[in-house]
Ligand binder design. Sequence first.
Ligand SMILES: Nc1nc2c(ncn2[C@@H]2O[C@H](COP(=O)(O)OP(=O)(O)OP(=O)(O)O)[C@@H](O)[C@H]2O)c(=O)[nH]1
Length: 300
Amino acid sequence: MSQSSMHDDRELTSPSRTVILVGRTGNGKSATGNSILGRKAFKSRASSSSGVTTTCELQSAVLKDGQIINVIDTPGMFDFSYGSELMRKCINLAKDGIHAILVVFSVRTRFTQEEEAALRSLENFFGSKIKDYMIVVFTGGDELETNDETLEDYLGRGCPQPLKAILTSCHNRYVLFDNKTKDETKKAKQLQQLLSLVNTVMLQNDGRPYTGDTSPELQIESRLKEATSILEQKLAEEHAARLEAEKNEQKISNDIIPQLAAQVKEAKKESDKLHKQLAEARDNPWGRILRDRLPWCPYL
Ligand SMILES: Nc1nc2c(ncn2[C@@H]2O[C@H](COP(=O)(O)OP(=O)(O)OP(=O)(O)O)[C@@H](O)[C@H]2O)c(=O)[nH]1
């Protein structure tokens, strides 16, 4: 047996795996965590303020093969008010480091500019290492099934460029989850697919988990990048708001200008008619008499 395979075997038989769930609020992080653990450990709810995850939480389960799985649920990536300090706390919950970073997307929602900005901030936070640890989890497998679509169909019909780039950078490590299914075989299969990707990540990183330990210089750099990314997002939002306002202004002028032009045309027609009548009146003998009698009247 080669040195590396001995190493691999040792790592793969290691009793525990720790994964962290990150992604946009409502993409299904908590629901995915529950599917992995096989019980309702995290609160997962449709967008009501009480269901939104605002803290980090670690929950564990012993899988059928005796392996321990630790899952860390995190607040939604878009809520910058929680800041990166909270994310650092989330990472610190993993005493022995993180074996895989699960980036959760939902096939039920559009990939927006916000999602792109959140991904950038994720990259800034974890650093370039993120691609070595990342696995993309798509939730909403049931909806694809309802539409008779596979994940490949979904990705094929116009996968946004930033998402494509992410999938390429993590060597297409992605998996589809249906967090609503009651089918035990399906549950086991999707979990198995995910765990096998976690093993691949562990092998590729020589068993070294992500610990978030970075030099002070890198930490400063990462904070700077994070601040820049937040500013960029704010600028993008303002730009979008300005474009929207301009569009509305344009719409108003597009509606009003033809109305005003019609009114001017009508007024001009009326004025031409009056001028004509006036000219006729001037030529009229009675008009001439009146003009002589009333020289001060401007209309004669
Ligand atoms: N149909 C369907 N709905 C899902 C799936 N996964 C999650 N959901 C629903 O999506 C909504 C949001 O799920 P959560 O797990 O609370 O999302 P989250 O990312 O943890 O949200 P935060 O806690 O706010 O960060 C809930 O109504 C879930 O039931 C899925 O696979 N299929």
